[in-house]
Design a protein around this ligand. Structure first.
Ligand SMILES: [Zn+2]
Length: 115
């Protein structure tokens, strides 16, 4: 099976890993997925992230706001952040959509304008 190129940096190969960690409400979940050999971006298997979400709900640790950890990637001269697919779904975000980005202290708030 040919490995896919990383959609974030376009250079690295995506290799299978079984040690992607994501924290939900203070619990750390370990996921299967793929990781880019160049930029280190991680892509959790969709089925796996659904399992973690269900487990988190059972544990009663599904607080809003949902906090996931992501690494910033480099693309061209800028920095790219991939929005976690759960948030993408919950907010019904679409590529090309306009968002407002504001700095609140040490936090960056991304606000979809179509909501
Ligand atoms: Zn990459």
């Amino acid at each position: 099976m040919k490995t896919k190129n990383c959609p974030v940096c376009g250079k690295g190969d995506l290799v299978r890993v079984t040690d992607i960690t994501a924290e939900l409400g203070g619990y750390v979940f370990v996921h299967n997925g793929v990781r880019c050999t160049q930029c280190g971006e991680e892509f959790i298997d969709e089925a796996d992230s659904q399992k973690a979400i269900e487990a988190a709900r059972k544990l009663g640790v599904w607080p809003e706001p949902l906090k996931l950890y992501r690494k910033l990637s480099e693309a061209g001269r800028g920095i790219v952040l991939r929005i976690p697919s759960d948030i993408e779904r919950q907010l019904n975000l679409k590529p090309g959509e306009e968002v407002a980005i504001s700095k609140v202290g040490r936090k960056v708030v991304i606000e979809p304008l179509s909501a």
